[in-house]
Design a protein around this ligand. Structure first.
Ligand SMILES: Cc1cc2nc3c(=O)[nH]c(=O)nc-3n(C[C@H](O)[C@H](O)[C@H](O)COP(=O)(O)OP(=O)(O)OC[C@H]3O[C@@H](n4cnc5c(N)ncnc54)[C@H](O)[C@@H]3O)c2cc1C
Length: 393
């Protein structure tokens, strides 16, 4: 087995791993990024698209936000729809002028990969049989295959940025982590459609048939979702049926939902999940490797970015000042934000989805909560400050 060495070994080239690598590069810290998929797959995996202002600021500081500033669409509000009416939540007015930016996760990932390649720093795609070892020691190791060769990468620290199904979290010895989770009895059927968005802002719609969301990825691409069964077979849905469901759930008088060719469709399960702590020995978990939120609050990508900002700062402090205090605080610092986002995502999900097996009492409570948010400035402000992202560190 050929032996290699770096300062920080990063498993996973999603938003968390790539952003961490970039922040470390700017601080003069070496890293190697290992990704088991190919570049094309990673760059075209359709996922999140709502960036908090802090995420935009982080990518700007990291010097990878040129295209984001040119092409990202700044939004100052969202709309809640229930009982056939829309109610605008003016996010910026309620949350100290802060905004959100619509820019696809695919584009964030493309920008980060391009920057890494331009810097000629190690980013290995299509690695196989990745495993982490000796995480309780000062020289943890990552073993993997690449180009038909078996390699061992010795590191000072390993960052597990390999998502929910990765290998890092399961490598932590049994009994160390506590996990907390909730599965929801529904999922989202999402489409990407080649049609300009029919509304200037996102619409979160509560409907007797189930939740629907109108979102977008660019001035010419709409992203739309409908609540479905958690294990829904997407092939059961023709394009016509999807548009009919969207028309019914999002329809309001005097407004038209424009239809167009569906470019991509898929089903996402809904889950809340957290492990504590987010670290063991020299292995630090970041992003979806440590926590999952249902997408209703648009928090998954933003939480991943917040984690690696904390981790990068702690690593820089460790290397520059020789002090481990921030690294030791990493998990606690992140978990405060994680749990706030968990609560917000659960709350939005519970308020907006049809609850399978729910009764009229559940429905009345949801509508009461929605009316409260739509009519009370304080209630709307609470939604707004969580949606645009709280300052917690
Ligand atoms: C279908 C879908 C829709 C979503 N929609 C939204 C949304 O609208 N809003 C929102 O905020 N969030 C959304 N999310 C969540 C958001 O996309 C994630 O929170 C975000 O991708 C987390 O980034 P990450 O880097 O932590 O993990 P990931 O993006 O999952 O990246 C992990 C990387 O590690 C790689 N990897 C896995 N195992 C290994 C291994 N053994 N070795 C090497 N590499 C490995 C993976 O291929 C991947 O590239 C969505 C998620 C999904 C799945």
């Amino acid at each position: 087995m050929r032996e290699l060495r770096t300062q920080v070994g990063i498993v996973g080239a999603g938003p968390a791993g790539l952003t961490l690598a970039r922040l470390l590069e700017r601080a003069g810290i070496e890293s190697v990024v290992l990704e088991n998929r190919d570049r094309d797959y990673v760059e075209h995996r359709i996922r999140a698209g709502v960036l908090e202002q802090r995420t935009v600021e982080l990518l700007t500081e990291a010097g990878v936000a040129g295209r984001l500033h040119d092409e990202g669409i700044v939004h100052h509000g969202i709309e809640l729809q229930f009982d056939g009416e829309r109610h605008r939540i003016p996010l910026s007015e309620l949350a100290d002028g802060r905004t959100i930016v619509i820019y696809g996760q695919t584009e964030v990932v493309k920008d980060l990969i391009a920057a890494r390649i331009e810097s000629e720093l190690p980013l290995l795609f299509e690695v196989g049989d990745v495993s982490v070892h000796e995480i309780d020691t000062e020289q943890p190791k990552i073993r993997f295959s690449h180009d038909g060769e078996r390699l061992e990468l010795e590191c000072d620290v390993i960052a597990g940025c390999d998502g929910f199904h990765g290998v890092c979290r399961p490598s932590i010895p049994e009994g160390v982590l506590d996990s907390f989770s909730r599965d929801y009895p529904f999922g989202w059927l999402g489409i990407l459609a080649d049609v300009p968005p029919s509304n200037d802002e996102l619409v979160y719609a509560h409907n007797e048939d189930g939740f629907a969301l109108l979102s977008l990825r660019s001035p010419t691409l709409s992203r739309l979702y409908i609540q479905c069964e958690p294990d829904e077979d997407v092939d059961r849905w023709s394009d016509e049926q999807i548009w009919a469901a969207l028309q019914k759930r999002l329809g309001v008088e005097g407004w038209t939902l424009h239809e167009g060719p569906i470019l991509e469709k898929g089903v996402t399960g809904m889950r809340s999940f957290v492990v504590e702590p987010m670290q063991h020995g020299r292995l630090f978990l970041a992003g979806d490797a440590a926590h999952i939120v249902p997408p209703t609050g648009a928090k998954g990508l933003n939480l991943a970015m917040a984690d690696v900002r904390v981790l990068a700062e702690a690593l820089v402090h460790w290397y520059e000042a020789g002090e481990a205090r921030l690294l030791e605080l990493y998990s606690d610092t992140c978990l405060r934000r994680v749990w706030r986002a968990e609560h917000f995502s659960w709350w939005m999900t519970s308020m907006l989805h049809r609850i399978p097996g729910g009764d009229a009492f559940d429905l009345k409570l949801q509508l009461s909560q929605l009316r409260y948010v739509a009519t009370s400035r304080d209630a709307a402000a609470s939604l707004a400050e969580n949606y645009v992202g709280l300052e917690l560190e």
